[in-house]
Design a protein. Structure first.
Length: 257
């Protein structure tokens, strides 16, 4: 081979080496670029994941805050509705007025029933919503209102019976005066009814005859002669004390420190 041929072969070899080097360098650069791109992508994904997690945590936190606010709104409405029902029941009972007409008195007392039912229903909602401190205070307040209503009903029946007897004084003075005498005697001996010492048999028999002549129902006799019934002895706080306790418990539940 002459020198020209050797030169051509050498040039071709150098060119081949150059191409191989270029390819190697290109592959290395490509790999380096891919590694850099992968690192960049991973960093981007990590940042995106962190941002997503932070946003998700913020949404969850906001959701919890909104849920708490919603629950307190529901509780506030339940507490307010119950308290309004209790006050309506209480005010009606406190302003019960007797009538000389027995049926009218009965109707006035019967007006408490729907108010008592409404108070009871709304009391159950408070117990459902809680917390227990408010539910317990609501039970005491409702019972206090019910006991007060029983007292007012009994007093109203008694006053109505007294007014009905008094209304007959002008037209049946003698019978009315005798009725008052027997009522006083029966009141003093009423506790003996049902015992061997019962001394009201003759008194009550005459009273029934007098009431028949006066045109009065004998159902009025227990209201006139029986002991004052102030409701069950449950050792309850007064209505005002129970109201204050419920308000304090409700405020503590709605505005925790």
């Amino acid at each position: 081979m002459d020198l020209q041929g050797i030169g051509s072969v050498a040039a071709a070899a150098i060119a081949l080496i150059g191409v191989s080097s270029t390819m190697v360098m290109g592959r290395w650069q490509l790999r380096a670029g891919l590694r850099a791109a992968d690192a960049t992508a991973r960093a981007g994904l990590a940042q995106a994941d962190a941002s997503y997690s932070a946003a998700l945590d913020a949404v969850r936190a906001q959701g919890q805050i909104e849920h708490v606010q919603w629950r307190r709104g529901i509780q506030r409405e339940a507490y307010a509705s119950f308290l309004q029902a209790v006050l309506s029941h209480h005010d009606y009972a406190l302003n019960l007025e007797p009538s000389v007409e027995e049926e009218e008195t009965r109707l006035r007392i019967a007006g408490l029933k729907p108010l008592a039912a409404d108070m009871s229903h709304k009391g159950w909602v408070v117990r459902l919503e809680g917390p227990e401190e408010v539910a317990s205070a609501a039970r005491v307040l409702q019972t206090s209102a019910e006991v007060l209503a029983i007292m007012m009903q009994n007093h109203t029946r008694q006053r109505s019976a007294m007014e009905q007897v008094a209304a007959r004084t002008n037209t049946h003075r003698q019978d009315a005066n005798r009725a008052w005498e027997l009522i006083t005697i029966a009141q003093g001996a009423w506790h003996t009814i049902g015992t061997p010492e019962n001394s009201t048999v003759e008194v009550l028999a005459e009273l029934r005859q007098l009431f028949a002549r006066l045109g009065l129902s004998t159902a009025l006799i227990p209201a006139l002669c029986g002991p004052a019934d102030d409701g069950p002895d449950l050792n309850l706080p007064s209505f005002d004390e129970a109201s204050s306790a419920f308000l304090l418990a409700a405020r503590a539940a709605l505005h925790p420190r």
